[in-house]
Write a protein that binds this ligand. Sequence first.
Ligand code: ZN
Length: 160
Amino acid sequence: MEISEKKVALFHYTLRNKNGDILDTSDGQAPLGYIHGIGNIIPGLEKALQGKKKGDKVKVIIEPSEAYGQRNDSLMEVVPLSNFGDQSQVKVGIQFQVDGPQGLRIATVAKLESENVTIDFNHPLAGVTLDFDVEITDVRDASPEELQHGHVHGDGGHHH
Ligand code: ZN
C-alpha cells in the first residue's frame, strides 16, 4: 500500500539541521503516525512521503517555507521579569508553553535584563532548513473515527 490521501503512515525519523546536528529523533521511541493529506505534518515532509511504501527510506532537505516558516521579528515581546512566578528559572534559551488565542505556542527566552525578559514566540524551528531521514514502518487505511478526529489512534498516535 502506498502513502496517499487519508492513509495512515507510521515512520521513524531523524531530524538534523544544516550542520548535521540532531534536533529530534524517534530513535528509541515508537514510530510517529500521521494521516496523509490533512496537514498533520509539515508540507515538505508530506510531499516527500507521498507514494512511499512500508520499508522505504527517504532522505529529504526541507526549506523553511515548506516547514515552520521564516522567522518573524514582530513575534518578539518584552515583558517584566515580575510576570514570572519563579524568576530563578528564567534563563536565556529555556522554552515554555503559552496558552493564548492562537492555541498553545512555544516561547523561548531570548534575552534577560535586570527587570525585563525578551520572549521569542517564533517556532523554535522557524527559519531552519530541515534535513530528514525517514523510514516508513507501516501504511494502512485510516479508520472513520481517525478521519473524524483528524489524528492517528493507537500505535504512534493518540490513546483515548
Ligand atoms: Zn482521537
